[in-house]
Design a protein around this ligand. Structure first.
Ligand code: ADP
Ligand code: MG
Length: 467
């Protein structure tokens, strides 16, 4: 019964998605490529709910424009392709879905939700569109070797490097390849997802909920390949570490492939138990370095081709983008999108260096502070350390002298104020402090700002630097 439900749900989901893909193709034919790329390229299909197609938009700005100019066209095109007609198209933001998910996880009676297997793979992250250069050759080769022969040569494969260098892309590429070519069952999860599933497990164990335990085991063990992204966040969740350890052993002993990524090397995963950390050495660890100029240029060119951006973008403009976008490839992509959107909206027929400089003005300024580091907590730590003239290591240390403890508290306070990171996660980034320490620091600074003008001024200064 449950299995039937599961199959039905999965079946229906894929169908809707196919219709959406076709809708997109038809829409693309009916409008200029600039409009299509600007308004449709970044939309993601979510599902059909209450007879409405729900589409994920990247920014609130899209909503108004799409509703006014394109809703009817999308609806008509979709309905012309689907047997099940829908009434409307809803444009939603990621927050909307996240809120909804929170409500759904609380709904413990709704068991069938748990039995839908999804690989979570993002289809468009492939080897074909992963550009290779000096900084990632080894990682790409290792990834391909694993994709061609999962579970045998390099197990586990451990990929590490700074944020925005292509770890997630490469892992999905492996997963997609194995799914398509080897026809094996792949599961991609972020570390957060794993922790959330495990928390569900311990909560429900109380109620003796065998179904959920089976679901968890089934999800994580009845697979051929497990991909876990951003393992550094396993942090000090010791029970989750234990469960991950068991999952790991179970898969490993059955020759199932495990692929893990992290923003730091296994040696630097200080909060992981040794027995788990040492297992990461059993296979192969590969590092992705920041891209050099040449690779950045090639990535931009590939993206221009791959996304069929039908605008002529001269070499000097590409060079400018590549050399002014920091080392994070996400920023590089952002620069290109901004440039296209800016020139389209401003009505520039020709994209030249002046247009590019104008379009990327803010972004280039931000990069100066960014110090090529996408991790916002680390960015705050660096800037605070700089301003207070202490070292980046000190800010994460246990040293208690005021000249270090105060900047550390200020940095924690700013992390809490300026990022969406949780207290435990901020604690992890500050050398493994407890979340109560973080909370204490934040409260202390918050109070002290009221009476200490010098402190308030320096915090304002730092915030300006971080903007
Ligand atoms: P990470 O997981 O290391 O933070 P991602 O894999 O999310 O980085 O990469 C960020 C963005 O940059 C993605 O859109 C990805 O497709 C793109 N990207 C990174 N490296 C490359 C590359 N070598 N070729 C093409 N695109 C890349
Ligand atoms: Mg990633």
């Amino acid at each position: 019964m449950k299995l039937e439900n599961l199959k039905n749900q999965v079946g229906i989901k894929m169908n809707y998605r196919d219709i959406w893909e076709k809708t997109l193709k038809n829409l693309e034919k009916d409008m200029s490529s600039v409009s299509f790329n600007t308004w449709f390229r970044n939309i993601e299909f979510v599902d059909v709910k209450d007879n409405k197609v729900r589409l994920l938009i990247p920014h609130p700005l899209y909503k108004n424009h799409l509703e006014t100019n394109y809703r009817d066209q999308i609806l008509a095109t979709y309905n012309s392709l689907s047997e099940n007609k829908v009434d409307d198209i809803n444009f939603i933001l990621r927050e909307n879905i996240e809120n909804e998910e929170k409500i759904e996880t609380l709904d413990v009676d709704n068991e069938d939700n748990n039995y839908v297997f999804e690989s979570n793979l993002i289809k468009h992250y492939t080897f074909d569109n992963f550009v290779v250069g000096d900084s990632n050759t080894f990682a790409q080769a290792a990834a391909l070797a694993v994709a061609e022969n999962p579970g045998y040569i390099y197990n586990p494969l451990f990929i590490y490097g700074n944020s925005g260098l292509g770890k997630t892309h490469l892992m999905h590429a492996i997963g997609n390849y194995i799914e398509d070519v080897q026809k094996k069952k792949v599961l991609y999860v972020t570390c957060d997802q794993f922790m959330e599933d495990f928390t569900g497990l311990s909560r429900r164990e109380h109620d003796n909920n065998i179904d959920y335990i089976n679901y968890f085991k089934n999800k994580y063990r009845n697979i051929d390949v497990l991909i876990v992204d951003d393992i550094q966040f396993l942090g000090n969740a010791s029970k989750t570490q234990q469960e991950f350890f068991h999952t790991f052993n179970n898969l490993y002993n059955n020759n199932k492939q495990i692929i893990i990524s992290s923003d730091r090397s296994p040696e630097d995963l200080k909060l992981l138990e040794d027995r788990l950390r040492t297992r990461f050495y059993w296979g192969l660890k590969v590092n992705i370095d920041p891209p050099d100029l040449n690779l950045k240029i090639n990535i931009i060119k590939k993206k221009i081709k791959g996304e069929r951006i039908n605008r002529d973008i001269p070499e000097d403009v590409i060079n400018y983008m590549a050399s002014h976008s920091g080392n994070d490839v996400r920023q590089l992509e952002g620069a290109l999108t901004t440039l296209i959107a800016y020139s389209t909206i401003m009505g520039y027929q020709e994209i030249n260096l002046d247009v590019c400089k104008e379009a990327l003005k803010d972004q280039v300024k931000r990069n100066v502070v960014d110090a090529n580091d996408h991790n916002s907590i680390r960015k705050i730590q660096k800037v605070v350390a700089d301003v207070y003239k202490i070292s980046f290591e000190d800010i994460k240390s246990k040293k208690k002298s005021n000249n270090i403890a105060i900047p550390r508290q200020v940095a924690m306070y700013l992390c809490r104020k300026l990022t969406n990171e949780s207290l435990p996660r901020i604690g992890i980034e500050f050398g493994g402090k407890n979340h109560t320490t973080v909370m204490y620091s934040c409260n202390k600074i918050e109070q002290e700002i009221n009476s200490n003008k010098a402190l308030k001024d320096s915090i304002n200064e730092i915030e300006k630097l971080l903007q």
